[in-house]
Design a protein around this ligand. Sequence first.
Ligand SMILES: Cc1cc2nc3c(=O)[nH]c(=O)nc-3n(C[C@H](O)[C@H](O)[C@H](O)COP(=O)(O)O)c2cc1C
Length: 461
Amino acid sequence: MTRTDLADVPRPDARLHFGVFFQGVNHWTIWSDPASGSQIAPASFRRVAQTAERGLFDAFFLGDGLRLREVDGRIHELDVAGRPDSITQLSALAAVTDRIGLVSTSNTTFNEPGDLARRLSGLDLLSRGRAGWNVVTTDNAWTGANFRRGGFLDHADRYRRAEEFLTTARAIWDGWADGAVAGTADVRSWSVPGAVSRVRHSGAQFDLDLVPTLPRSAQGHPVIFQAGDSADGRAFAARHADVIFSAHGTEFDDALAFAEDIRRRLRAAGRPEDDLRILPGTEIIIGATEKEAEEKARWVRLEQVTPATALGIAGLLWGIDLSERDAEGPLPAEDPVVVENTGAFGARRIADPRAVVAEWRAKAEANGWSLRETVIELGPQRGHVGTPAGLAEKFIRFARHGAIDGFNISPYLIPDGLDDIVDLLVPELQERGAYRSAYTGTTLREHLGLREARRPQARES
Ligand SMILES: Cc1cc2nc3c(=O)[nH]c(=O)nc-3n(C[C@H](O)[C@H](O)[C@H](O)COP(=O)(O)O)c2cc1C
């Protein structure tokens, strides 16, 4: 990249925002390495959150997994297992951190607004204005089996419900006017008379009549994140979200195309383009030299794609149980079975695997790859690999061209996997003026540079 490149960009002053996505057990986080700590012990959460705070990150982020994924009746260990409830976990972290935002992914399909809005408000108050809510609609039928609802909503209805859910949650959060707590000894009531409104809502999804129990936080109410990549999901984000957690952050052209699509949708929704931040998920692998970084990335891939994992990933593609095959041998000779997601709860099988298998066969044959090697090379890829300076330049290019506003980073090792990002990458970004050198605010909304939440006024009493 030349200097002219950087001078001639739409956002010459862009600064990067980082979150850390603590994923919980899955094959991307190398739990089998001797350096790996517990994925569930409070000490691990604390260590990662405090490292991120030392690195001036905007947020510590957790996903939502209400049901263990299964394949043919067995736990699908390639994917997330062992995730404590996010609001519980983040409340504990609020006590051992001071500035970093705390973002809970909580779905709108199997929760109720009167309950979830209150729990998120609680986190926002306990953390003094650092809560975020990543709104997802979640996969349906298999999660629904946890509840009496089963697979009760199709995709479009899940987003209709999400829309009504969020509108209702906002009404609940706005139920207490700014300054609604008198809180002094010389007044007759703790809340200012007329400052707390009743919320009545009657819609297709929810019917409620409640008096919100909690006042507003230092940032008004939680910051709204969104994750969901369909047209409905993107439109929902453009109408409501402050931040999108996307899966478009590895290739520059893909990231830019996504960001431009979102900006088009923002304009259509009547919102200014700078009203929303885009933070793709990513993994970042750092080495002192390009060669060292590549060697480390190779080690990470081998640890992530163990023989058992390779057989699991290929098994999902083929629709066949391959667990007894030899991962270091050739690809299966059979044709893939096109399965209607039967028996694979939440473990996504590819709709038509034949084309993918044909491509894998051709490339494996041309390169002499084993099954495991093929999965490493052609299976799910993610992330960025490089030196601290090289990565800083690359990320600044992404941000200044408007392709991203930062990243939600998944460490490949818990709890130390964030250390070199904080110790080596962050200083390179700071030196180039593309990353904060201190927190300037105390709330998540301030870290992200978002406009203030609406301020409801007390009614005349
Ligand atoms: C980057 C990303 C992260 C997501 N994380 C979660 C999650 O932690 N829990 C969950 O239930 N769904 C998660 N989802 C899926 C959402 O539930 C999503 O709303 C669902 O797949 C349907 O939306 P879509 O068809 O718009 O993608 C995620 C989606 C994306 C793109």
